[in-house]
Design a binder for this molecule. Structure first.
Ligand SMILES: *Cc1c(COP(=O)(O)O)cnc(C)c1O
Length: 386
């Protein structure tokens, strides 16, 4: 059916109607007083969302641009860095770091398992010469639906004392607690089409005081993504280059919506959506790809055995206008992924689980009690445990 698509992929995520309407307006000048006032408010509210008093800078880029900015502003050619890799986005960090000539040591774990903080501790403890300049990792690994134990890994980085911690929080920011100042996270990258509830096009980078110190001596070339320019401009409620004005106006709206909901209720909602999705999928007899102990609050990966993942995805799309994501790299065709990030409510998950059962019926899979999926999802939503 036309205009009925329900996005349940892990980005882009659904956008509230008010934010869409804001974007439909004529752009205003980015050097105008009106826009200065918008930037001032957006900057303050971004700091609230990121739980930091430090800079949160906006770039005209997707999340990967924010990641690249997070590398080139704080490091120099040949710097030794540890990169955590347990999925597509961890691998991307390594690719960016290698592209810029860093000395990359990957801490790798099989896709579908969480990074092992102990491996980071050992490498950092052994580095008595303090050669490791940064530890770089993905918080929520979107490709596998795994959330890594950032808090513990960060403690080991802090014990090292020298290395910066550089984090991809693209699908954890706005879904779960990422207290930047409390944990002392140095560089945190994210992107607008995920938990921020607006379309793609804005990248965000938060920068700690310690990272700004490193910036002063960092020698990788930078121009458009030179964060010093953005920081200097932000202090005057301005931007160094023409920003995506309409996106920022939409962001003004969604940040207000997030403030009205509150950080804790937002995190609890994502926890509930995760619990309901996982309970529903399990009750339909489909194996979950990630263990409960490290399950992502933003995305649930499902690894069906009785039926082909791509067939499920195809019916969900054709019959029910629900877009699910497929697997990436070697997981292509092996898993499908249900996004529940950003502007997503209980109703959306109930709809997806019901449609999933209908899709299974169409594929001849009936090895569960009819209605088991929806019953389990409702029970999870009503559970008072959170
Ligand atoms: C979406 C995403 C990114 C950024 O991807 P872009 O396509 O560049 O926006 C980075 N890391 C993770 C974990 C993501 O989910």
């Amino acid at each position: 059916m036309e205009d009925k698509l329900m996005l349940m992929i892990p980005g882009p995520t659904p956008v509230p109607e008010q934010a869409l309407l804001d974007m439909a307006k004529h752009p205003i000048g980015h050097r105008s007083k009106d826009f200065e006032a918008i930037l001032e408010e957006v900057t303050q509210n971004l700091k609230w969302l990121h739980q930091t008093k430090g800079d949160v800078l906006m770039l005209a880029a997707s999340g990967t641009g924010a990641m690249e900015a997070g590398i080139i502003n704080f490091l120099s050619p040949g710097d030794r860095v540890l990169v955590g890799s347990n999925g597509k986005f961890g691998d991307r960090w390594a690719e960016v770091a290698i592209a810029f000539g860093l000395n990359v040591e990957q801490i790798t774990v099989e896709w579908g398992k969480p990074l092992d903080p102990e491996q980071f501790r050992e490498k950092l403890a052994a580095d008595t010469g303090k050669e490791i300049k940064a530890v770089i990792l993905t918080h929520n690994e979107t490709s596998t639906g795994i959330i890594n134990d950032l808090e513990t890994i960060n403690k080991h980085v802090k014990a090292h004392g020298e290395a910066l911690i550089i984090v991809d929080a693209v699908t954890s920011m706005g879904a779960t607690n990422v207290p930047i100042d409390e944990w002392g996270l140095d560089v945190v990258a994210s992107g607008s089409q995920k938990g921020y509830m607006i379309p793609p096009g804005l990248g965000f980078v938060s920068v700690s005081a310690k990272a700004w110190e490193a910036y002063k001596t960092a020698k990788l070339p930078r121009y458009y993504f030179d964060l010093g320019k953005y920081s200097k401009a932000a202090a005057k409620n301005s931007t160094p280059f023409t920003p995506p004005i309409n996106l920022i106006i939409a962001l003004q709206r969604t940040l207000k919506m997030m403030q009205a909901e509150g950080l804790d209720p937002i995190y609890k909602r994502h926890q509930r959506l995760m619990n309901a999705t996982r309970a529903g999928v399990k009750a339909l007899g489909l194996p979950l790809f990630a263990p409960d102990s490290c399950a992502s609050p933003a995305i649930t990966a499902v690894a069906p055995v009785q039926v082909e993942a791509e067939k499920v995805r195809s019916i969900m799309k054709k019959r029910f206008d629900i877009a699910l994501a497929g697997g990436q790299n070697h997981l292509k065709g092996k898993i499908f992924r249900i996004g529940h990030l950003g502007f997503v409510s209980d109703r959306d998950v109930l709809t997806a689980i019901s449609a999933l059962e209908a899709a299974l019926i169409e594929l001849g899979v009936d090895s569960y009690t009819p209605g088991a999926g929806i019953a389990a999802a409702v029970a999870a939503i009503n559970s008072k445990s959170d």
